[in-house]
Design a protein around this ligand. Structure first.
Ligand SMILES: Nc1ncnc2c1ncn2[C@@H]1O[C@H](COP(=O)(O)OP(=O)(O)OP(=O)(O)O)[C@@H](O)[C@H]1O
Ligand SMILES: [Mg+2]
Length: 254
């Protein structure tokens, strides 16, 4: 499968944030998305998943030949799209275990039935893999979790749902070195022909553990540069100024 974004424009509260995004992510590849604060990375992630606050004003997003922009978020999830949030929400009153079970049920086609005992067995194996205490699934989702624990919970969701495409929005932010390695291990364990990932990050760190096939840079709601992993090193060294001025010059021409 292929996730294809073409000419995507999106606004929030009447303000245009995405100004024509083109990006193709085939399964089997890992892409990194970098860019300054406020450039629209999370907006793209949210629009892909179908967040209702954003208005898509142009362009298209396809998973193979399916136009996903007309689908509800749960239908996109059912097709295999997954988003790990930059700021996971706390849901008091809903245990993490119930949430994961419900999410797994919703991923099944209509009428499909989840085998609960094997689901729980797999969940425990995933928790061991992520070095998480089994008690986490009895706690209310993300309530009182540390920043790093919330990110690890996002990775547990990803492993439990086995998505076709995962968008990870700054899953590496706020992680200690050990947690960063564990999160990377989680992504790398899914790596293969049936999995594609878009890793939104500010730092080279995580990309030392998860080698991206392509790197895209977003500035001002546009992808202004795509390249190989060497682009990350240039950004780490020189920052974004050279791309910002280039992007401004090109935009002025249009
Ligand atoms: N509800 C809103 N009303 C107005 N502007 C908004 C709203 N939500 C987001 N924005 C604006 O959209 C722009 C893009 O935000 P977004 O969160 O996508 O950036 P980002 O690239 O993810 O940044 P960061 O690296 O800091 O996470 C920002 O200027 C932000 O202020
Ligand atoms: Mg963001």
């Amino acid at each position: 499968m292929e996730l294809r974004i073409h000419g995507l424009h999106a606004s929030i509260e009447g303000k245009e944030i995405l100004k024509g995004i083109d990006l193709t992510l085939p399964q089997g590849e890992i892409h990194a998305l970098m860019g300054p604060n406020g450039s629209g990375k999370s907006t793209l992630a949210n629009v892909l998943m179908g967040h209702p606050s954003y208005e898509v004003t142009g362009g298209e997003v396809y998973m193979d030949d399916i136009d996903i922009l007309s689908l509800e978020p749960y239908q996109r999830a059912r097709l295999g799209l997954f988003l790990a949030f930059q700021y996971p929400v706390e849901i008091p009153g809903l245990t993490a275990g119930k949430f994961l079970k419900r999410a797994a049920e919703l991923r099944l086609e209509d009428g499909g039935k989840l085998n609960v005992s094997s689901f729980i067995r797999e969940l425990r194996a995933h928790m061991d893999f992520l070095e998480m205490d089994h008690q986490f699934i009895n706690r209310y989702l993300n309530e009182g979790f540390s920043g790093g624990e919330k990110k690890r919970m996002e990775m547990l969701q990803m492993l439990a749902l086995q998505p076709a495409f995962a968008v990870l929005d700054e899953t590496d932010s706020g992680l200690d070195i050990d947690a960063l390695k564990i999160v990377s291990k989680g992504v790398n364990s899914l790596k293969g022909p049936g999995f594609g990932a878009l890793i939104i990050t500010h730092y080279q760190r995580i990309l030392n553990y998860i080698r991206p096939d392509r790197v895209h840079v977003m500035v001002g709601g546009r992808i202004v540069r795509s390249g190989g992993p060497e682009l990350v090193e240039r950004l780490e060294k020189d920052g974004y100024d050279w791309l910002k001025s280039q992007a401004a010059a090109e935009h002025a021409k249009v």
